[in-house]
Design a binder for this molecule. Structure first.
Ligand code: GLU
Ligand code: MG
Length: 485
């Protein structure tokens, strides 16, 4: 496989340029110091994680004394993980597959943190390099960094945040048995699991995650946490950290957390909505920099600027293709159904929870910082790096073409007659993974942004999972997916 040449990183410190001897020495020295500090805090081991194409967070770990070596020379890993399916079976793509080959995982020292939920452990997202020191083409984190860089070259910065929904089960088996009985959004549900939720908030805070809200959600046993927006790579790293923290705290309380798009076949699913805002002349820390939020203060719909509108329209017009990375499992299409707040129609609206794109302005007086676009049709089986890279590419294409949005929709499109939907240009999103994959493979913008190797690997993994679950009932699909992400 040919390594790609990615431009030097922007804005998130060192670690993504090709590694030469000088850079290895610098990283090793930095890691040695960090390792000594962590060991002094009682840290024994560091988990280096990456998210595979099927959306599962995988890891190699090192004792803290080996952090220096890992930072300089990496930890070996087979490239075959990129073609793992959700059940750990393996397919082969045109670009990847087979038992041979090696790549190196390096900890991103900028994001090295002790894991409050796993005492004695620290976490670092992995950067993936080929043995020659070039960035591995299937490193989806590097891909996202490159996409953020491409927007930065045009003077734009994106701030992003994932909302994470999960359902808590008190059973030890494979079945789901809700750990609380209180009603949707009910205070009873907080009271029932108050100690658990308190421990979770504390662990997130200690890990450095800024939580803005936690609430009981609609489905049985379901909760949601929202976090502060960050630069795109930071937002994806945080999504991984939040999820692993939730998992660990849940297990410590003798329960199990499911992030599956559809925990039970006949219930409301878990979404992983993405909030995006576009900032002019900013950096990741845009608001503090005097940068301007293009989602507010403009002459466009509900105060969008022309650029904010174009960015949103760029995403809206390629939602079917984006679903192959944002609703990437067979179970995703059990979730993505009308009238379940999952955004099953390709349309947008102001605060419309049944539109795939919900425009959020925030209250009068805070619009300049709060206005953002929520992409609702996405779920937690997605690799957050790959998904944000694809969303940024779609938005960038919209900016380049100066696209306009169609008329907003302020009702549940499912309640409109089919002819009216057609007249208003409201199309249902794909109802199967196969449909999304077909749209994805036909999408030249995403193919160019993600590259041939990633595009083909995504398609191969998706086809593998479609074949794996061919003929399965919704109950069987939910069961096969429930505890995997
Ligand atoms: N659980 C819903 C979903 O599947 C979302 C509920 C909400 O609007 O937060 O996306
Ligand atoms: Mg929610």
């Amino acid at each position: 496989m040919e390594p790609t040449s990615l431009p030097a990183p922007r804005g998130r410190g060192a670690g993504a340029q090709a590694l030469d001897g000088h850079e290895r020495a610098r990283l090793g020295a930095r890691a040695a110091e960090a390792g000594r500090r962590l060991a002094g805090e009682g840290i024994v081991a560091v988990a280096l994680t990456w998210v595979d194409v099927s959306g599962i967070t995988r890891t190699k770990t090192v004792p803290v004394e080996r952090l220096e070596h890992a930072a300089a020379w990496g930890v070996g890993m087979s490239p075959v993980f990129d073609v793992f399916l959700l059940d750990d079976s393996i397919v082969s793509g045109r670009h990847i597959g087979g038992p041979s080959g090696d790549l190196r995982l390096h900890p991103d020292l900028d994001r090295l943190v002790p894991l409050a939920a796993l005492p004695g452990w620290a976490h670092a997202p992995a950067l993936r390099y080929a043995q020659d020191g070039s960035i591995h083409p299937l490193d989806t984190r590097a891909l996202l960094r490159r996409e953020a860089g491409r927007l930065a070259e045009r003077g734009w910065a994106v701030k992003a945040a994932f909302e994470i929904e999960w359902a808590v089960s008190d059973g030890g088996g494979d079945e789901f048995s809700p750990a609380c009985e209180g009603p949707a959004y009910g205070m009873t549900r907080v009271t029932e699991l108050a100690g658990y939720l308190r421990d979770l908030l504390e662990a997130l805070r200690t890990t450095g995650v800024t939580v803005v809200q936690l609430h009981p959600e609609y489905a049985p046993g379901q909760y949601e946490v929202s976090v502060a927006a960050e630069d795109p790579v930071g937002a994806a790293d945080t999504a991984v950290l939040v999820r692993e923290t939730i998992r660990a705290v849940t297990m410590r309380h003798g329960m199990a957390a499911s992030f599956s798009p559809k925990v039970e076949a006949d219930s409301v699913g878990n979404g992983a909505h993405v909030h995006l805002s576009l900032w002019r002349d900013g950096t990741a820390n845009a608001a503090a920099n005097g940068a301007v939020n293009a989602m507010a203060g403009g002459p466009g719909p509900f105060g969008m600027t022309a650029a904010g509108e174009a960015f949103a329209a760029g995403i809206l017009r390629r939602l079917p293709a984006l679903l192959a990375v944002g609703a990437p499992s067979v179970a995703s299409y059990l979730r993505l159904i009308p009238s379940h707040w999952s955004g099953a129609y390709a349309c947008w609206g102001l605060e419309n929870r049944e539109a795939a794109l919900r425009f959020v302005t925030g209250a009068d007086g805070e619009r300049a910082t709060a206005a953002n676009l929520e992409v609702k049709c996405l779920d937690g089986a997605a690799n957050p790096y790959l998904l944000l890279a694809a969303l940024l590419a779609a938005g960038r294409d919209g900016l380049g073409a100066d696209l306009r949005l169609p008329e907003p929709v302020d009702v549940d499109p499912a309640g409109l007659a089919e002819e009216e939907r057609a007249a208003r240009g409201i199309a249902p999103l794909p109802s199967s993974l196969a449909e999304s994959v077909a749209a994805f493979e036909a999408d030249a913008v995403l193919r160019e942004a993600l590259g041939e190797a990633v595009t083909d690997t995504v398609a191969a993994v998706r086809r593998g999972e479609i074949a794996l679950l061919d003929g399965a009932t919704p109950q069987q699909v939910a069961a096969a997916t429930r505890w995997r992400h």
